[in-house]
Design a protein around this ligand. Structure first.
Ligand code: SF4
Length: 164
């Protein structure tokens, strides 16, 4: 029997891939899924070609949905345009989801790529607003249930509901 796999943000697995070269974790649930061979790990921004560390980026005037539609860009505070890298990372996440038939993802909260409920408002002032990052928005559009690291029990329930 093949267990359902879960797409997980690499920074939640202790990989130091965040913009500030930081990471999060460990999380017991993620460790368990790793041991079961369920985890498919990706950092969309690094996969998209960005270095670590890198300048923080936000989405002025929009969210991931608008970036996917071509109506907003991902910019650093200095105005550097990271949109192409973010879109590439999101497409790579979708390719993994389709390759492994993934229905559940656990992505880092609040990120302009991975955030599933909130992202920063584009003013680089620490203010969060409702919305999704670019990768989270693309995966949700394709039917993936996207959770963050504070929602691991709900993610586990969603996985269990899939039946294996
Ligand atoms: S939040 Fe997503 S894009 Fe940012 S470091 Fe973590 S995995 Fe990479």
């Amino acid at each position: 029997m093949t267990l359902h796999k879960v797409l997980v943000s690499r920074c939640l697995l202790g990989h130091r891939v965040r913009y500030d070269a930081g990471a999060s974790g460990p999380f017991d649930q993620l460790e368990q899924w790793l041991a079961q061979g369920r985890v498919v790990a990706l950092c969309p921004e690094v996969a998209g070609g960005l270095p670590t560390p890198r300048p923080a980026a936000e989405i002025p005037g929009g969210q991931g949905v608008e970036v996917l539609a071509g109506d907003a860009r991902v910019l650093t505070a200095a105005g550097e345009d990271f949109t192409a890298a973010f879109l590439s990372g999101a497409q790579q996440a979708l390719a993994l989801v389709q390759r492994f038939d993934i229905r559940v993802a656990v992505l880092k909260a609040n990120s302009p790529s991975c955030g599933n409920l909130l992202t920063y408002d584009g003013t680089f002032s620490g203010v969060k607003v409702g919305g999704e990052g670019v990768t989270a928005a693309l995966l949700k559009r394709h039917g993936v249930q996207v959770f963050n690291e504070l929602e691991l029990p709900a993610a586990a329930q969603a996985l269990a509901a899939l039946g294996r």
